[in-house]
Design a protein around this ligand. Structure first.
Ligand code: CO
Ligand code: CO
Ligand code: CO
Length: 317
């Protein structure tokens, strides 16, 4: 795609960031993003909540505040009752209300496979956008949600996941990243992104490349959802997770004691994952304290940024 030449485009497509940032004036910029996908849980209302939380997350990953959203839906109206579409939209609407984001319209097409998501517009101060391009050596890496939702989604599809495991994944995927974004802005972080389809390792690598640094990740400090280890023993591993791991291998080295299960879960493709924040060491304690106080799902210090122009990641136990 050709790169647009517009001085007001502060964050565009070149850096692979979470959302575009467009300056409207000296103290106001738009943050814009769109995301939609096929159902990953059986309950249509929960699917709507997850898809909305996931779309809103890219605004939060930039440190922005969502203002308005448009529904994007595809639905097989000849084979499924319309009430199911209604439940999906209700889930999305309730999540947007919780986020203080107003749904102003949308569009639905007829399609054999249901799909749902949002195009979201948020606002931010032009100099306050949290990009993935400013992590600095010495920064501490903080993760705000546990990982493993890709493996659990595959477990659901294969009818291997028990009710408690599903509940844990749904709670994680429906949770807004709002408190994480607010904490990041209050404390002042160097860089941030949300952990989604490329997995923790893929998104960390994106941040390292964008910032021209490397990282050390401590596998035992990474929070993992209950039930994931069990599902991995039953081979419930998404194809996307295996591809993620293969695609980062050239840049990631695994230390002594790291098992194949560790490698896969760290690459697991997430839906509506947490924020991965790179924070100066002297502010890390305050960030963690704030995340804990605002009931984030996790506040784990999972690694650190190191100087490395080759943007390599070392995973230690
Ligand atoms: Co993102
Ligand atoms: Co996205
Ligand atoms: Co970002």
């Amino acid at each position: 795609m050709p790169v647009p030449n517009d001085p007001n485009l502060l964050v565009g497509i070149e850096t692979g960031d979470d959302a575009g940032v467009y300056r409207l004036g000296t103290d106001l910029a738009l943050v814009q993003t769109v995301d939609f996908f096929t159902p990953i849980v059986d309950d249509p209302y929960q699917f709507g909540q997850i898809a909305a939380a996931n779309a809103l997350s890219d605004i939060y990953a930039m440190g922005g505040r969502p203002l308005t959203a448009l529904n994007i839906a595809a639905f097989p109206s000849k084979t499924l009752p319309l009430s199911i579409l209604g439940q999906i939209l209700a889930g999305g609407a309730d999540k947007c209300r919780e986020a203080g984001c107003t749904i102003v319209g949308g569009h639905t097409i007829d399609d054999p496979e249901p799909k749902y998501g949002l195009a979201v517009t948020g606002v931010i101060h032009p100099r306050r956008a949290i990009t993935n391009a400013a992590a600095r050596p010495g920064d501490v890496l903080v993760l705000t949600k546990p990982i493993g939702t890709g493996i659990i989604s595959t477990g659901i599809k294969r009818e291997l996941a028990d009710a408690r495991t599903v509940e844990g994944a749904v709670r994680t995927m429906t949770a807004l990243n709002r408190s994480g974004a607010e904490a990041a802005q209050a404390v002042g972080v160097s860089a941030g992104t949300d952990v989604t389809g490329f997995g923790l390792l893929g998104h960390l690598l994106g941040m390292c490349r964008g910032s021209g640094v490397g990282a050390i990740l401590y596998a035992r400090h990474v929070p993992i959802l209950a039930g994931v280890a069990d599902l991995m023993k039953q081979e419930a591993i998404p194809g996307g997770t295996r591809r993620n791991l293969e695609s980062v291998r050239g840049r990631v080295s695994f230390g002594r004691g790291i098992t194949e299960e560790h490698e896969l879960v760290l690459a697991d493709a997430q839906t509506s994952g947490g924020l991965l924040l790179s924070v100066p060491r002297e502010r890390a304690g305050r960030l963690v304290e704030r995340l804990r106080a605002t009931h984030a799902l996790a506040w784990a210090e999972i690694g650190e940024i190191v100087a490395d122009r080759e943007s390599r990641i070392r995973v230690e136990l």
